[in-house]
Design a protein around this ligand. Structure first.
Ligand code: BGC
Ligand code: BGC
Length: 846
């Protein structure tokens, strides 16, 4: 429990951490502060939701609200997870909503059947409708991450990820994909999906780039409404939110794709005008298409967390953009709002969040505290009623009050919908249209079918790899081909066409062969990842083994077609040079046969399907972490937005530069983090015992449970005294909004070195940490070391970087090189914090 909160604290700190210079509106008042309602600071359009309010429905809601107890109302605000809530809980706490996180299945069984899903949906539904306690029956609503098809369910149709769909430039196709996803989700008795992601990714180091259709807002806007109408049913049609449709979610509001450094859950530092122009466009068409829920982003805008952002959630989204559905939180994201914890956050609801996503078992505490806050007035009665009203409105619009138990609904338990051939055919079309050809020298493609084809690379026959993140499991890892019944690998599709035409397709992952092939197709690229774990420090593909494989085949005079699996543009110039043809296949999902459809001629030797895919992300000309987008640094693009060859192009690509542009960080000199002042890019930041975040710019700052003061050691104010009172967990350290590469120090006996003076020995465990993002970093106890220090005397401490690296700090992407946290009392002063090489460390690992 303790550990969880602290991890949250760290990611909160990191994520809000880029406000150096901006003296934070201090901290203790939390985020419930007033913001202007009438006055908006940029040109936000006045919109109307595609689904009009129905007076009869509103009257029915009034009537329900009048009958609901305060506890029942608060229950509606809770979304809990199938791993930590039983149907009995749903009944007892009047829980409004259920979700299954990525990789969560009925009975913890990855191979749960459609019947298992429906049975669980029934159990929760029945519990929500149970009025034996004299309460009001409100059907629960179940949400799931069907982000590229119904991806938690074995046998479902998995579409290419959004970055690939962007390349199709086909908004109509999005509507079909939405409708198919909705049908498969309906078959499992689930009502609501957390899609589409409308992120406009600007820095491709972000690990969720693949969830983004484009770096360009125009395309995202043209897709969002179509996808929403596909999922929910067309505006004005009989199908709208009918049995075969589900509620959609526009996420993650707002500017999740605009964080500095592409840091997951980071801070989008930009003007409001840029928010409107770049990051909000998709929401405009989604709202006009009637999207019923919006998910708040983990990220911040100019240092303020979206989950507590009253101006954007209420003044902009609800009041100006006319959104009358409800705002759902993201995975306990409320805990990062100033002054909040995982189990208490009236600030978020007051700011405009309508439903907490509270996935861990502590949700019962959150519920109890929220009831208390509603009674005390910390949560305004008006806001509570409005939130419940919105939730009930969406449930009514979705027909849940009249639909009966999930198993009684028209398409429930219809297994034939899951992975139906007609669905797979559309997914296969999406694959075909998404492929982007970057090189086709000497017109190597399209290939004749009746040849001897060698298919190599670790992506050739690996459906998990071609499906990417959010595929059965959350990160998309740990799957085998057998976990995707009905799916086709890239090799499977090739073998089908080649074998039928009398050629031979040989699978050889390492590229070895007995009989020389006519052509080699090498399928390689990024392994699956999802949020947090997918962030990288630069744009280098780093695939030495794949490059060697391409070169080896080339040296044997075999023409080479490279098929690159990736969730983002990466620098692959060496790999492109080592191939005759190079095609980006993204993460195509379960229908790998769509690749062979385009690569091979038809049986008569004519072009079967030409390439249609065009980049919706600029492709980098080196590996440096520069921003490269349509209209931004276009000269740094090897292939610009919109690039993509066809069989008519006839372009002969010349040798590309193989200068990555990356430099080894210079480890010969010490790198100062703090030498009287925080060095760029770091600033001294504190997370106090009340979970308030502050950037310390003044010489004294008193916060809850922690105080920071500038003091003199050798010269004026060259040191910082950090005093913990023991009132609760608090942390102080140096944080940045951009990454620093310390990897050069690793091989050089590098250490984190600092001088410290202890004036009051610790009363509890003291932890020293280094951080590289959410769930990325290393911690080390320094309790004994501090206890052993002579009181009042300076001492130098060195922590081996290898040790921190072994414990999980990624040295090439450090955000915080130094922080200290404790729940106990402690008084220490730090001086001269640096990263140095050739140091004898006091702290080594194991
Ligand atoms: C992700 C969301 C997702 C949610 C529920 C979060 O971590 O950011 O995109 O919908 O989890 O699984
Ligand atoms: C869960 C996923 C969830 C993710 C959100 C993971 O621990 O297994 O279901 O979406 O956290 O951060």
């Amino acid at each position: 429990m303790k550990k969880r909160i602290l991890l949250g604290v760290i990611s909160g700190l990191i994520a809000g951490g880029g406000i150096a210079g901006c003296s934070e509106k201090n901290t203790t008042e939390g985020s419930g502060h007033e913001s202007p309602t009438a006055h908006l600071n940029a040109d936000w359009p006045q919109l109307t939701s595609g689904i009009a309010k129905d007076p009869a429905m509103e009257a029915r809601i009034d009537e329900l609200l009048a009958r609901m107890s305060l506890e029942e109302k608060v229950g509606q605000l809770m979304q809990v997870e199938i791993r930590s809530a039983t149907p009995e809980d749903v009944k007892n706490y009047h829980v409004g909503s259920i979700l299954n996180g990525g990789g969560a299945f009925p009975n913890d069984n990855k191979h749960a059947t459609v019947a298992d899903w429906v049975a669980l949906a029934d159990a929760y539904y029945n519990a929500s409708m149970d009025t034996s306690d004299g309460g009001v029956a409100i059907p629960m609503i179940w949400g799931t991450d069907a982000v590229h098809g119904h991806n938690n369910v074995i046998g479902a149709t998995l579409f290419p990820h959004n970055i690939a769909l962007g390349a199709t430039h086909n908004p109509q196709l999005m509507r079909q994909i939405g409708a198919i996803t909705a049908a498969e989700v309906s078959a499992t008795g689930i009502d609501w999906v957390f899609a589409p992601t409308l992120a406009v990714t600007r820095d491709d180091r972000w690990g969720r780039s693949y969830e983004s259709y484009s770096e360009d807002p125009e395309l995202v806007r043209s897709y969002a409404g179509e996808l929403v109408e596909g999922l929910q049913g067309g505006i004005g049609s009989d199908e709208l939110l009918g049995d075969r449709h589900v509620v959609g979610t526009a996420k993650h509001f707002l500017a999740d794709g605009g964080t500095s450094g592409g840091i997951d859950r980071g801070d989008a530092q930009m003007s409001e005008e840029e928010l409107v122009r770049l990051h909000a466009q998709g929401y405009f068409s989604a709202i006009e298409a009637g999207v019923q829920t919006v998910m708040a982003s983990f990220s911040s805008w100019n240092g303020e967390k979206m989950h507590g952002h009253k101006y954007l959630l209420t003044d902009v989204l609800k009041n100006r953009l006319g959104f009358d559905g409800f705002v759902i939180g993201d995975w306990a994201g409320h805990q990062f709002v100033n002054g909040c914890t995982n189990v208490r956050c009236p600030q978020a609801i007051n700011a405009g969040l309508d439903m907490f996503m509270a996935p861990d078992p502590s949700w019962k505490e959150l519920y109890a505290n929220t009831v208390e806050d509603a009674k005390s007035g910390a949560l305004s009665a008006e806001r509570l009623d409005d939130a419940v009203r919105r939730i009930l409105r969406v449930k009514m619009r979705a027909g849940l009050f009249d639909a009966g138990a999930p198993s009684e609904r028209a398409f429930a338990a219809d297994e034939s919908l899951i992975g139906a051939p007609a669905h797979r055919a559309i997914a296969r079309q999406a694959v075909r249209e998404s492929l982007v050809m970057l090189k086709n020298n000497d017109g190597l493609l399209p290939l004749a079918r009746n040849q001897r084809v060698l298919v190599a690379g670790d992506g050739a026959d690996n459906i998990g790899k071609q499906a990417g993140g959010w595929s059965i499991t959350w990160q998309g890892t740990g799957n085998e081909n057998a976990d995707f019944p009905g799916a086709t690998s890239v090799f499977g599709g090739i073998a089908e066409v080649v074998d039928a035409a009398g050629g031979t397709a040989e699978l050889s992952v390492d590229g070895s062969f007995e009989q020389k092939p006519d052509v080699a197709i090498v399928v390689f690229g990024e392994d699956p990842y999802a949020e947090m774990q997918g962030d990288v420090s630069n744009l280098d593909y780093n695939g030495d083994a794949d490059l060697a494989l391409l070169q080896r085949l080339r040296e044997q005079d075999i023409p080479v077609v490279a098929l690159f699996i990736t969730g983002r543009p990466l620098w692959v110039n060496p790999e492109i040079n080592a191939s005759d043809a190079f095609v980006v296949i993204w993460q195509p999902g379960t229908e790998g046969a769509g690749v062979a459809d385009v690569l091979f001629r038809d049986a008569d030797g004519a072009v079967n399907h030409d390439f249609k895919g065009k980049l919706t992300f600029s492709w980098p000309n080196d590996a440096r972490p520069e921003l490269r987008n349509r209209g931004q640094n276009e000269e740094l693009a090897q292939f610009q937005y919109g690039y993509g060859l066809t069989y008519q192009s006839g372009v002969q690509l010349a040798e590309l530069s193989e200068e990555s542009g990356l430099q080894q960080s210079d480890a010969s000199e010490a790198l100062a983090v703090f030498n009287g002042r925080a060095l760029d890019p770091w600033s001294l930041q504190v997370f106090d015992a009340g979970n308030n975040h502050a950037v310390i710019a003044s010489s004294v700052a008193k916060l809850q449970g922690i105080q920071v003061q500038s003091v003199d050691r050798k010269v004026q104010e060259d040191s910082r005294r950090l005093q913990w009172s023991g009132e609760g967990n608090a942390m102080a350290g140096f944080f940045a909004n951009s990454r620093t590469d310390l990897s050069g120090y690793l091989g050089n006996q590098g250490a984190l070195v600092f001088d410290v003076k202890v004036d009051a020995v610790p009363s509890d465990v003291v932890t020293l940490g280094m951080n590289c993002g959410t769930d990325c970093g290393a911690e080390q106890s320094i309790t004994e070391l501090l206890k052993a220090a002579a009181p009042g005397e300076w001492k130098t401490v060195a922590v081996d970087l290898q040790c921190l690296a072994q414990r999980g700090a990624k040295m090439d992407m450090v955000l915080s090189p130094f922080y200290v946290r404790t729940a106990g009392a402690l008084d220490l002063t730090v001086h001269d914090i640096r990263i140095a090489s050739n140091t004898d460390a006091d702290i080594h690992c194991g």
